[in-house]
Design a protein around this ligand. Structure first.
Ligand code: PGA
Length: 252
């Protein structure tokens, strides 16, 4: 079995102007020792990336962005390219978050283009998939997840797939305080890995990290991380509190 290094990522969403970002990161740096057995990424809003990069210089906490455009440059008012993120010191970028799909009408096809654009710039995409409550209640969870995973990785080579990160985030668990049970999450993670194996091969699928996201907190992270196919967490609300996020990072 492949050894997958756990990854905990904090998605700050539209929170933290620069002074708050600096305060939060200084507190985090004080609480998270240099860890070698796990990776930590924070994804502040675009406007705080430069500040965050400066505060994190020399620490093992890595920098991510929350979105990117698929073109390297051009007449796309209001958009930011992967090259721009790379230049600010980002190593990761979240792609296809359900809030982007829901509120900004992002399609699977756009997600696929963004994943490719990120890889072209040497950024690691954290590609999000997840079903709505209605889809779950209809019994369509695994169908939706398979479709989103396949569509987002359309036309990808095996070695590119091996390097990316997938985040399973049930829409009904995001920001609601209602987390998937470890067993519900594990069931979907297994289905994602099987989908990856069908697109590539067993060894490649076994190398890909699959994060769980949706109301991950200090008090539920340990049980989630104990599941065989949960390789980390994408944390929203709790990533805005240094103490809570540090405890999540130090899951046991
Ligand atoms: P949450 O958000 O932890 O606040 O539920 C997770 C996410 O949207 O990435």
């Amino acid at each position: 079995m492949a050894v997958r290094r756990p990854l905990i990522a904090g998605n700050w969403k539209m929170h933290c102007a620069r002074p708050e970002a600096e305060r939060l990161l200084l507190a985090l740096k004080g609480q998270i020792a240099d860890l070698t057995d796990r990776e930590v990424v924070v994804a502040p809003p675009f406007t705080a990336l430069e500040t965050a990069g400066r505060v994190l210089a020399g620490s093992s906490i890595r920098l991510g962005a929350q979105n990117l455009h698929w073109e390297p440059q051009g007449a796309f008012t209001g958009e930011v390219s992967g090259a721009m993120l790379k230049e600010l010191g980002c190593s990761h970028v979240i792609v296809g978050h359900s809030e982007r799909r829901q509120y900004f009408a992002e399609t699977d096809e756009q997600v696929a283009r963004k994943v490719k654009a990120a890889q072209r710039e040497g950024l690691i995409p954290i590609m999000c998939v997840g079903e709505t409550l209605e889809e779950r209640e209809r019994g369509d969870t695994l169908g939706v997840i398979r479709r989103q995973t396949q569509a987002g990785l359309q036309g990808q080579a095996k070695d590119a797939i091996a390097l990316l990160v997938i985040a399973y985030e049930p829409v009904w668990a995001i920001g609601t305080g209602r987390t998937a049970t470890p067993e519900q999450a594990q069931e979907v993670h297994t289905a994602i890995r099987a989908t990856l194996a069908a697109l590539t091969d067993q060894a490649t699928a076994a190398a890909v990290r699959i994060l769980y996201g949706g109301s991950v907190k200090a008090d539920n992270v340990d049980a989630l991380m104990a599941q065989a196919d949960i390789d980390g967490a994408l944390v929203g609300g709790a990533s805005l509190q240094a103490e809570a996020f540090a405890r999540i990072v130090q899951f046991r």
